[in-house]
Write a protein that binds this ligand. Structure first.
Ligand SMILES: [Zn+2]
Length: 292
């Protein structure tokens, strides 16, 4: 992707490495600096008590008075680059959706994006890395553990930056649905109906988020030519790779359509493509579509 001219979002909350319950801080102003003094204390303590020095450091880092010499807790450079990339993609979705909302005389409330590792608390319960990236409507935050991108590449064979961006754009699509009241309506319609109906509604919600991701792709590319040749196919591969039928085949070895919650590979590609070709949200009414 061409993101050189793209500003980073100010809405990224970096909780990586802070462990469960760690309150994040804005991007760049990361907490977790550890003073030289506390490293010495940790080493001494671990020597005498047989405790892992990192455990002691973890206990000490929150008590550290500010303003003294610090050894910054650095992330591996590759992960920091990944975090900057995600932040730029989020920035691009902010510009795009702000524009679309204002064209419709509405104002766009930007979601936050939380980078975490392992587990993290959310207003929707405990977020876990194994869940893959997700959006929590109750706190209006997108959650992602960047290890998911390794899975996308290695396990789902869907490499490429636009594929990675599509994942963020899909979650932001859920945020747009939340702002528009669509998610609430779906949740209401899911009360007291059969499991098959609940899942069918969920599929429509997911395919619409794919279509909204496509709308972002079209509009952002129109504004800043961010998509490079061949990248659309990469994103389609990702949409296809995380279709329910493909995932079920991989995990259960068989396909049970009533239990689909995201749509088949073919459907996910089609609805993403529909947004990407038109750049028009009105093309994304999966709830009115006779067939998906
Ligand atoms: Zn989704």
């Amino acid at each position: 992707m061409r993101l050189n001219n793209q500003r980073e979002s100010g809405n990224v909350e970096d909780r990586r490495g802070s462990g469960f319950g760690g309150g994040g801080e804005g991007f760049g102003g990361r907490r977790g600096g550890i003073g030289i003094g506390s490293i010495a204390v940790a080493l001494v303590a671990s020597y005498f008590f047989g405790v892992d020095p990192m455990v002691v450091l973890g206990l000490l880092s929150d008590m550290e008075p500010s303003g003294q010499a610090r050894v910054a807790a650095r992330k591996p450079p590759a992960e920091d680059e990944m975090a900057r990339f995600v932040s730029k993609v989020l920035g691009s979705t902010e510009e795009t959706w702000r524009q679309i909302f204002s064209e419709n005389r509405a104002s766009y409330r930007e979601p936050k994006l939380v980078l975490f590792s392992g587990v993290t608390p959310t207003a929707c319960g405990t977020g876990q890395s194994a869940m893959g990236p997700f959006y929590c409507p109750a706190d209006q935050k997108v959650y992602i553990d960047l290890v998911f991108y390794r899975d996308l590449k290695e396990r789902f064979h869907a490499p490429g930056e636009f594929a990675e961006a599509y994942v963020i754009a899909h979650e932001v699509g859920h945020h747009v649905q939340n702002l528009l009241g669509i998610s609430d309506k779906v949740r209401q319609a899911q009360q007291g109906v059969s499991r098959a109906k609940v899942n069918a509604l969920s599929v429509r919600l997911e395919l619409q988020a794919d279509c909204f991701a496509g709308v972002w792709g079209f509009r952002a590319n129109e504004a800043k030519q961010i998509i490079e040749p061949g990248e659309i196919n990469q994103a389609l591969t990702a949409a296809s790779a995380i279709g329910d039928d493909r995932l079920q085949q991989q995990t259960q070895g068989r396909i049970v359509p009533e239990s689909f919650t995201h749509g088949t590979s073919e459907q996910r590609m089609r609805w993403f493509r529909r947004g990407l070709d038109s750049g028009d949200m009105r093309q994304c009414d999966t709830f009115k579509a006779a067939s998906l």
